[in-house]
Design a protein around this ligand. Sequence first.
Ligand code: 4AD
Length: 445
Amino acid sequence: RGTSFSIRRYCQKTPATLRVSEAVSGAKLGANVKVQGWVRSVRPQKANLFLHVNDGSSLQSLQVVASSELLTLGSAVEVTGTLRKSPRQRQPFELEADRIHVVGDCDPVDFPFKIKERHSLEYIRQFPHLRCRTNAFSSLLRIRSEATTAVHSYFKENGFVQIHTPVITSNDCEGAGELFQVEVKGEKFFSVPAFLTVSGQLHLEVMSGAFSRVYTFGPTFRAENSQSRRHLAEFYMVEAEVSFTQSLEDLTKVMEDMFRSATEHVLAHCAEDVDLFHKHVTPGHRVSPQGHFAIDILNQSSQKFAFPTDWGCDLQTEHEKHLVKHCGNIPVFVTDYPYDLKPFYARDNLDHPEHTAAAVDLLVPGVGELCGGSLREERLDLLKARLGEAGLEDTYSWYLDLRRFGSVPHGGFGMGFERFLQCILGVDNIKDVIAFPRFSHSCPL
Ligand code: 4AD
């Protein structure tokens, strides 16, 4: 009894700790509460000091009214006081502070962000260890977290099983040679050369021999010597594999549904944060499957391209942009690429007079290629011949086994998660949609 009495007294005395997102919506109005966070702005006015405190839980910071104390931008604080209505409509609640405990102070001279200054994404990118303290980048990280949930929700709701494909692998799925090799003190660690994965596709294909719908969502690595605004050396890829496919349409449907569902989820759950990026998109437009030949559209254009547009040439960023524009700035599927441009796993469209593969890319405004996918060659003789031509039959004997033991028509695709965020937020540079960007010559922390 004695104990329960003292607990009640203790509870009465101890203020409830609120997240900033709760406090700004008026939870526990009139009560004595505690809020912990970092100072995002400081404004002295007459005898008072107005602070904005944020803990990453919402775009809105909590206004704290204190009698003058020395506090600097960026300090970590614990504020205790009474939550009350504020005279301002834009922030209806504020915290009248009784006590401010500075948990960690911040040197205002060396701190790279200044009060009342607008910092561009380019500027804050120079401080990868501090940029999460800005409004723009904390919004981005909340959106990214919610978009991750959106992707998982889509696959869960549609009966896909998530597979944790390995980060270390012995295959070069795409065959483009953009591999980071894994070694210990310059020596092989495994019995075979090993690399950071460029794609989880081949491991997903293993699983698609037992599960008709699988997906993976994790980091992938490309030793691409590129500083472009849409390439990273480490990026996150969403990959799906579907068994018993009838045609490429079975894949484009999943690509479109996932894109639409994830976009709508983000817009519904992060409206305030998305607004900060001042961009609105109309998700999920679809071009008719009886579309035009991409190559004809490019050849008939009056635009002068730096790269040639003959049949058999791969699409460059400038071509992708032109195609998206030509179709009215909406997402566009380009299908049936020249066979020789596609990796060994792509299915041969034997019935096409031009030699093509059943491959598809989804191009989107502002970004270009967002997804790449294909039907996979499930016919043992054709796959064996193609691997044989490349001298890879022994390396991929296990992959050929998948065609020997219960092979089914199947296909899949990969979506670059950062490019998805660029597309829905209108962010120009891929380095601004990932917490710690890695690209050639840059791995600062
Ligand atoms: O077109 P990619 O290379 O396709 C594959 O890797 C397939 N194995 C996927 C599959 O079918 N399971 O890459 C897929 C997507 C691209 O469309 C692009 O959005 C993104 O991954 N991507 C990159 N994103 C950022 N930086 C890079 N260096 C990227 N390379 C590809």
